[in-house]
Design a protein around this ligand. Sequence first.
Ligand code: SUD
Ligand code: ADP
Length: 299
Amino acid sequence: MPYVTRYLDDSITVNAPAKLNLFLHITGRRPNGYHELESLFAFTKQGDKIHIKQSDLPGFRVEGLFAKHLKGLDPKENLVLKAATILAEYAARPLDVTICLEKNLPVASGIGGGSADAAATLLALDAFWGLDCNKNFLESLALQLGADVPACLYNVPLYVTGIGECMAPADLPKQYGVVLINPGVALSTPAVFKAYRAQAKQFDAPMGRVLPKDSFRFIEFLKAKTHNSLLAASKTLCPEIVAVLSLLKQDKQALYVQMSGSGATCFALYNTQKEADSAARRIRALMPSWWVMADTLSL
Ligand SMILES: C[C@@](CO)(OP(=O)(O)O)[C@H](O)COP(=O)(O)OP(=O)(O)OC[C@H]1O[C@@H](n2ccc(N)nc2=O)[C@H](O)[C@@H]1O
Ligand SMILES: Nc1ncnc2c1ncn2[C@@H]1O[C@H](COP(=O)(O)OP(=O)(O)O)[C@@H](O)[C@H]1O
């Protein structure tokens, strides 16, 4: 579970890191329209943050680099308030808190920022109100908020199937450094799935949870046996992805390059965070308008 920090004044902060799909295969479609996935989820250490404190007047505030990208969204539609409302209803208590979302991750970018915010809000309020909800119950609330939200309750590598609700632990061979790039184009997940349906000829065959334990073999496995089935659809909606992937692939130290989720964020894995930091500095110098983040994947 993500780290919950409780301060002396009883306020609470929970991290809401970025989710990466190291691979994303689409294995079918349910009658309700949702797609069945097979994916390896991994999480960065940094990302958004949720701060909660007691207040007689309930409030919600958004700060941070990407706060302005949520300005047009009715606060009631924000996944943070949706998560808070759903848990308050269950606990039959008023929403007697002020919530601040520190929005550091780009919006609609394939790295599940909104999902991470929703999961972090559930965990923060569960701790703040001392509810001690069991994990299956929190997962069921999370799934009502979005397919990616249950996994974001854990923030450790997970082998994910179903529409996102079936999760099994997945060991990464080591603590990889990672560079994330978003070219500044928001991509709507439903629009990408729609474009995928127009283009895709057949679903992927399920592979099963077969992850090499040794780093060299793991990277070879990712390169040779996996892909992101939404990539072609995302590229048609956001051609900038081609340039992002090409720049990431030019770096000889990059071990593995892929797009996350429905895009447009792409990432490269590195042996160390130091290598990722250097790559991020080079890319920022070349493409100052792109969002570039270097970090380490959680184990
Ligand atoms: C594609 C993925 C891969 O991890 O990530 P993102 O690109 O959003 O980060 C996720 O499955 C996204 O999960 P999430 O963003 O929570 O999806 P939801 O809000 O539940 O659904 C948004 C829309 O995406 C489509 N959708 C989502 C998940 C899924 N398994 N099948 C789908 O078809 C549906 O059209 C749905 O209406
Ligand atoms: N806290 C939030 N952060 C980001 N997006 C949010 C949030 N709450 C609601 N949304 C809505 O959810 C949509 C998907 O957001 P996001 O989770 O960032 O996408 P993705 O999973 O593709 O990275 C946004 O377009 C926005 O309208």
